[in-house]
Structure formats: C-alpha cells, structure tokens
Design a protein around this ligand. Sequence first.
Ligand code: G3P
Length: 218
Amino acid sequence: MKFFIDTANLDEIREAYDLGVLDGVTTNPSLMAKEGIRGEENVRAHYKAICDIVDDNVSAEVIATTYNEIIKEGEALAKIDDKIVVKVPMIKEGVKAIKYFSNQGIRTNCTLVFSAGQAILAAKAGAAYVSPFIGRLDDISTDGLALIEQLVQIYQNYEFETEILAASVRHTMHLVQCAEIGADVATCPLSVITGLLKHPLTDSGLEKFLADHKKSNS
Ligand code: G3P
C-alpha cells in the first residue's frame, strides 16, 4: 500500500519523506488555506516546492466547477511539474473533465467520493486515483471502511486500473484496516504515519536492552 501525506505543510512533508516511506502528497483547498497560501502565483510556487521534496504523486486540486474552467485550471496545474496529479471533484463536469484529462495522459485524482456508484463513474472516466473519504462517512454514522471493501471488490471484478486512495484517514487503525482490505493508497496526516511506530513493549524492551548492555559493558 502506498502512503501519501495529507497536508500542504512543507516541514511535515519533509519529515514523512525523510522517514523513507512516503509515496506522495494530497492537498485540498482547506489544507492550502491552513498554510496561508493564497493567490495563483503563490499556489503554483507552493505546489512546485512540494514536488521538489517528493518523488511523485502530488495531488493539486482545481477550484473550478465548470468543464471548460476545470480543463483550463487542470492543464495549468499539470504544467507545474510531471509529478502533479490533478484533483477533480466528483461532479458531472468533473467526470467529463477526468475523461478529457485521461485522453491527454494527465493523471487525475477524483475527490469527494462517498459512494460505490461515484467510484464506478470515476473509474470508467479513467481517473488514476479515486478518493473515498472514510473519516467523513464515519462522522455521519456510516461505515467508511465498508465502502473501501466494496470498491476493492468492484474494481477487481472489472480490472479497473484506477487506484483506490483511502482519504480522510483519521487514525492508525483506519490505516491498518485499509491495508487489510487492500486499498492501493492511504492518505493521512503525519501523526497517523508516525503513530504506527508506537508500541509500549517496543519502548520497554529497548530500555531493557540498553540497560543490560550498559551493565555488561561498565
Ligand atoms: O484527503 C481528504 C482529506 O483531506 C479530508 O480529511 O479529515 O478533513 O475529513 P478530513
């Protein structure tokens, strides 16, 4: 399973990359706003800075919601760097745009996906990635992980090449369960990735090993 980090914060992206386990980055307009990135030039420069840190797969989301504007904005984003994946919302105009981008060889990530039907449309349009938001489904008492399970089965049935990118991953168990189910990618905050490191038996075991080593070498 690929690990993407879900942030526009450059320090966090560097930290995850330095750990050696990062395969990409996802951003969205809320995450860009959180970093105070505004204005077309600053946004482009920020995406370029992200691309310069990681090896591939930087999702940059369009703000446009009409077909022509999505195409214009998406093509401009794709020109920033070959690592850019154009993130397009799951709306009618978005699906049409994903088909267009797919014909042009521009990779897309179809975002704001909350149902299997939406994910089928994204795959048929040729999205490189589909982003079901599992945490937000859980927030409304719906089983987000059940959707991932359903998509793994459906995409397998028809050998769709679209990769299932579990998004809105809120905690380590979400991530582990996505891996069990067979999601292709999980995108999550840095705290979820580093949270995987933690186990009290690792800490106490290491403490004892080091203490024993010190004793026998003093
Ligand atoms: O990748 C989508 C993600 O940013 C949404 O996460 O926690 O805002 O639902 P969240």
